[in-house]
Design a protein around this ligand. Structure first.
Ligand SMILES: Cc1ncc(COP(=O)(O)O)c(C=O)c1O
Length: 379
């Protein structure tokens, strides 16, 4: 099955076409990343033994010590439940190709990061959309989810904590999602890359893994650990599903790089992991405060459901221009990159990432404020 019209990945296309020359990049979803030097110091990397590593093909499903460390973060999982991938991106792509069978449909919750659903569309599968309820803090519409789910529903996809809203499902919503999946034996594919980046707690958002038997949990080094350039992610699933994904991984990439696996292995020792998450949370909390101050300087124009995790928020605005036009003008007139809400299928919103170095953030927000004033007072 192949969809005849290829659907590009709208937000990633928008970023990759615009991010390389921009001065104030507020469209990224992660925290300000570390340098190699910072990582080596923080994770106490023994460079001599790292440099003595053969630049050989690594173990295809992931180095055993790395998979063991990942498994320890999931109750009851072992290294055999883990497949190491090129970022969460490859994991999501493998999962779509592995789980969906002819005649299946999948459900996505909107707004979301549309990687799994985009893959499903391009493979020719039906994707059903259930809108989250903004006026209730982006809560799950469990009635709509129940109605959208039928015997052919193979995957319910959830990004938790969410991209772009930064919201975390309430316990009631988690249970409603599990109940819908369980009613038809569907899989829950939980993209949990923002777990560990909470604003109001130092305890990471719990995984769906272990709460229901048909769960694939996806995660990576890109967000909570501030290491997106490693391009290192994983999926955790029942062993038979891991093996099916692994067979596809042999086609897509063979393996993640040996260098990234080695560095992830260092970064995920318990001490380094905690330090990296603490660093991310600090950037996130301070950055969101600074961003909120900027939004509040335009009374009545912006409203935002406060994010509970992630570097991002998804403010709503009351301006006489569309989100595409706002983003276009910010980029052209102020060299500031944000993501228009339409890239998530929602108008009058934009996604903004604020977990950046304070001076840079403040300087970019001054540009942002200037453009908003121009829009409001006509210029
Ligand atoms: C929800 C979500 N999943 C996956 C990814 C891709 O992550 P990675 O860098 O691990 O490929 C992103 C990146 O923005 C994301 O927001």
């Amino acid at each position: 099955m192949q969809n005849s019209v290829f659907q590009p990945f709208a937000i990633e296309q928008y970023m990759s076409e615009n991010e390389n020359a921009v001065e104030y990049h507020f469209a990224e979803s992660g925290v300000h990343p570390l340098t190699f030097a910072q990582l080596f110091e923080l994770a106490e990397v023994d460079t001599q033994s790292l440099f003595a590593t053969l630049v050989d093909y690594p173990q295809v499903n992931g180095l055993l010590s790395l998979r063991e460390k990942i498994a320890r973060m999931y109750t009851g999982a072992t290294a055999d439940n883990v497949l190491v991938t090129i970022g969460a991106s490859e994991a999501n792509t493998l999962v779509a190709a592995t789980l969906l069978r002819p005649g299946d449909n999948m459900i996505r919750l909107r707004p979301t990061y549309e990687q799994l659903s985009g893959n499903a569309v391009n493979l020719g599968f039906e994707v059903r959309t259930v809108d989250m309820i903004e006026s209730e803090g982006w809560a799950l519409d469990s009635d709509s989810l129940r109605q959208a789910t039928d015997k052919d529903t193979r995957i319910i996809h959830v990004v938790n904590p969410n991209n772009p809203t930064g919201r975390i499902l309430s316990e009631q919503d988690r249970q409603a999602l599990i109940a819908s999946a369980d009613s038809v034996g569907a899989w829950i594919v939980a993209d949990e890359v923002y777990a560990g980046t909470e604003l109001n707690s130092d305890t990471p958002t719990p995984s769906f893994w272990g709460e229901y038997e048909r769960v694939v949990a996806v995660n990576s080094m890109s967000k909570a650990y501030g290491l997106p350039g490693l391009r290192l992610g994983w999926l955790v699933a029942p062993t038979s599903t891991v093996e099916e994904c692994w067979r596809r991984h042999e086609y897509t990439s063979i393996a993640a790089t040996i260098f990234s696996m080695k560095l992830a292995d260092h970064a995920l020792t318990e001490t380094a992991r905690e330090k990296l998450r603490a660093r991310a949370r600090q950037l996130i909390r301070r950055g969101f405060d600074t961003f909120t101050t900027a939004l509040n300087s335009h009374p009545g124009i912006f409203s935002v459901v406060p994010p509970q995790a992630s570097a991002m928020s998804f403010p709503k605005f009351d301006l006489p221009i569309s989100s595409e036009e706002l983003a276009r003008r910010l980029l052209k007139e102020e060299d500031v990159l944000v993501i228009p809400g339409t890239k998530f299928g929602i108008e009058n919103h934009f996604r903004f990432s604020s977990a950046l170095l304070e001076d840079h953030l403040q300087a970019g927000l001054n540009r942002f404020n200037r453009l908003i004033t121009k829009v409001l007072f006509g210029d």
